[in-house]
Design a protein around this ligand. Structure first.
Ligand code: PLZ
Length: 451
């Protein structure tokens, strides 16, 4: 009953292409897919996955890819992390579902304890568990509205918060997330983000925040604001790191105005940036934190954690869901967090930054097509522009990303203008594998933007 699935020890940690891409079995699956799966759901890679382990993903034709995407910042502990696999197997054999709202169990409580401990601030906290990042964000807004008795939610340019009706409204980018899907939820107000690369040179975090406050105060009214919601480093929006002081100024404004400061740490959380949560880099203590993705090593789980008096302001039964805090997902989360502690994956993320940043800066200098290199820890990106300008170059971004895929390296793009190449390697990725991935990236830049 406790047989382990193949882990990092049994799947070679290597890049190895043995067929053309996509290979014959992937092509067969693509044909079946187009006859069975809606074209409304897209995929980045042209190949179909058979297994994954540590820092590699193996396709159905036996091609092995270096993963610099972690399934969009999810498998921070690596694919098929042994402790997570064992915990899931044990839990699924014991019981896989009762519904916490029907028959509660320890795993949910233990995950809440971990979240209450790990999220910034040593105040009294409470947590609730859900399935997806969008659900977590949406529930954080529900809590903020009940706790304040107010309705307005302030969000930022380039923000991404999900695909449900409320979170589409909270998300900035029209295509592909919102186009045609309205009408959207009301009482959502968007203000400018601090975006050091694109703001006037020298704009401080405080100045960028003042620009937002002026709009909030003139167009919404501070006393109508239930919450200010922000990703401490924007994810889908292009790994935008706000200027120092921006987040702290927002948090302070919320405190003064009686609004709830919500950090969407769905993509930044769980060691991704070299800290448990990205808010910590700015010394910011959010009132509520939304988590998902990296929390459970690939199982669907999400959380809202925050000040006890806010979380407990909601009437009993007001938050929940059939699967929220599923026992198998909770077991995976506890094993994931244990692995992160034992292997010090915050240090691993910082080591990845130390390896990658100089390489990304070298690409910027060599090619002249990179306007900005940014990010923290193992959440790094380059923003591609036409040489000598700040004009976004999405075609080049796409070409380089595809060239990496063709050579067996999984890369992702991001950005309002789709001109950001982003890197989110599993934090357990070996140094050799990472270096090889960067060599492939170098070659892709040289082939498409070489001088
Ligand atoms: N908040 C900050 O990054 C999910 C979206 C991929 P879900 N990001 C990946 C896509 O195109 O759908 C995300 C995020 C931040 C919320 C979410 C939403 O998390 O688990 O996808 O609902």
């Amino acid at each position: 009953m406790t047989t382990l699935l193949p882990g990092p020890d049994t799947v070679a940690q290597e890049r190895r292409l043995v067929t053309e891409l996509p290979g014959p079995r992937s092509r067969e699956l693509a044909a079946r897919r187009s006859a069975a799966v809606t074209s409304a759901v897209g995929s980045v890679l042209p190949v179909y996955v058979e297994r994954a382990s540590g820092g590699v993903v193996v396709d159905v034709d036996g091609n092995s890819f270096i993963d610099l995407g972690s399934g969009i910042a999810v498998t921070n502990v690596g694919h098929a992390a042994p402790e997570v696999v064992a915990a899931v197997q044990a839990q699924v054999a014991a019981f896989s579902h009762t519904c916490f709202m029907v028959g509660p169990y320890e795993g949910y409580v233990a995950v809440a304890e971990e979240l209450d401990r790990l999220t910034p601030g040593d105040h009294e906290k409470r947590s609730a568990l859900f399935n997806t990042g969008a659900e977590a964000v949406e529930n954080a807004v529900k809590v903020a509205r009940v706790a304040t008795g107010r309705s307005a939610v302030v969000v930022f340019d380039h923000a991404y918060h999900g695909r449900t009706n409320l979170t589409m409204a909270l998300t900035a980018k029209n295509m592909p997330y919102k186009n045609g899907f309205g009408p959207f939820a009301g009482e959502v107000y968007r203000v400018p983000m601090s975006y050091p690369y694109r703001d006037a040179p020298g704009t401080t975090g405080e100045q960028a925040a003042a620009r937002a406050f002026d709009l909030i105060e003139t167009q919404i009214g501070a006393r109508n604001v239930a919450a200010v919601l922000i990703e401490p480093i924007q994810g889908e929006g292009g790994f935008v790191v706000p200027a120092p002081g921006f987040l702290a100024a927002l948090s302070e404004w919320c405190r003064r105005s009686g609004a709830v400061f919500i950090a969407d740490e769905v993509q930044t959380g769980f060691c991704r940036t070299g800290a448990w949560f990205a808010s910590e880099h700015e010394g910011v203590v959010p009132d509520l934190v939304a988590t998902a993705k990296g929390i459970a090593g690939g199982m669907p789980l999400a959380g809202v954690t925050g000040r006890a008096e806010l979380m407990d302001a909601v009437h009993t039964g007001g938050l929940g869901g059939t699967y929220g805090g599923n026992p198998v997902a909770c077991a995976a989360a506890l094993a994931t967090i244990r692995t992160m502690r034992e292997q010090d994956l915050n240090a691993a993320a910082r080591a990845i930054e130390a390896t990658m940043l100089p390489r990304l800066h070298a690409i910027a200098e060599r090619t002249g097509v990179v306007g900005d290199v940014r990010g923290r820890g193992a959440m790094l990106a380059v923003e591609l522009v036409e040489p000598g300008t700040t004009e976004p170059d999405s075609a080049l971004t796409n070409a380089i990303s595809k060239a990496c895929h063709a050579e067996g390296v999984i890369t992702l793009t991001a950005g309002t203008h789709s001109n950001v190449l982003r890197f989110l390697p599993p934090l357990v990725i070996g140094q050799d594998l990472l270096t090889e991935g960067l060599d492939v990236l170098d070659a892709a830049f040289d082939a498409h933007a070489g001088k």
